[in-house]
Design a protein around this ligand. Structure first.
Ligand code: SF4
Ligand code: SF4
Ligand code: FES
Length: 255
């Protein structure tokens, strides 16, 4: 089935802009990104959009479709009523570069602030062993495609630009959780306290576990339940029960 759809697309740049109306053909099986490409080929050749894979894997085509943060390449036109006007706007939390393209460098700054994995000094490469259950637990987080939809959605920064300095956002708190759960990470031996860092450097306390980040994740990662809440529990253990911290150190030495 083909039909003419009504679209409203945000056009503008850092100095301002607004929604522009378009009528555009839609064909069976198409996704929102196809329609944006058709607009580029017809009525709006200078429309800026970022994309790469068109397969939900590169994380480039994030936008807000009818106000909901989504990947344009994974949003089928069939989910909309043909009579409905589809509105496409750039991610709201990041500064607009042009049209649907935003400057997501906040995320790269936050990524650099998370201390990387520290290999255990007591083991040589090739001697690393992990239990399957430990692999399984952190494997989920490695599915992240860095689309930053969770970062865009989190109310801590979405409506509060001033929090960006102190808050890493769900994607990077999840990275801290992943490393803190990693049985081979030797950060503490290198003087890096990941739990203290989560609280003092990455703003874990700002998160009030609303789960909005989880709801928009295209990889269906349970960011809140499996990363943020366990990290909060570990931080509390560390803060209020020094025996837990001592016990974990002794256990690691024995392994
Ligand atoms: S659960 Fe935490 S990180 Fe996720 S959206 Fe809510 S406040 Fe932000
Ligand atoms: S956790 Fe999910 S929503 Fe957040 S950046 Fe990764 S894939 Fe995107
Ligand atoms: S174009 Fe790669 S995720 Fe959409």
């Amino acid at each position: 089935m083909s039909y003419q759809a009504r679209f409203k697309v945000w056009r503008g740049d850092a100095d301002g802009g607004g929604l522009v109306d378009y009528e555009v053909a839609v064909h069976e099986g198409e996704v929102v990104l196809d329609i944006i490409h058709r607009l580029q080929a017809t009525a709006a050749p200078d429309l800026a959009v970022r994309w790469n894979c068109k397969a939900g894997k590169c994380g480039s085509c994030s936008a807000e479709i009818n106000g909901r943060p989504r990947l344009m390449c994974m949003t089928r036109m069939s989910v909309f009523d043909p009579a409905e006007t589809v509105t496409v706007t750039p991610m709201r939390t990041f500064p607009v570069t042009r049209d649907l393209v935003t400057d997501v460098s906040y995320n790269y700054v936050k990524a650099r602030e998370v201390p990387s994995f520290v290999p255990p000094a007591r083991l040589k490469p090739g001697e690393y062993r992990m239990r399957q259950e430990d692999v399984g637990r952190i494997q989920e987080f490695r599915k992240c495609i860095e689309c930053f939809l969770c970062q865009n959605t989190c109310h801590v920064v979405r409506d509060h630009e001033e929090n960006k300095t102190n808050f890493a956002g769900p994607r990077f708190l999840m990275r801290v959780a992943e490393l803190d759960m990693h049985p081979l990470d030797a950060a503490d031996e290198a003087g890096v306290d990941r739990r203290q860092g989560a609280r003092e450097d990455h703003g874990l306390g700002y998160c009030n576990i609303t789960k909005c980040c989880t709801e928009v994740c295209p990889e269906h990662i349970k960011i809140t339940d499996n990363a943020l809440i366990p990290l909060k529990e570990r931080v509390v253990d560390r803060s209020y029960d020094p025996l837990v911290w001592l016990g974990s150190k002794i256990r690691r030495r024995k392994e």
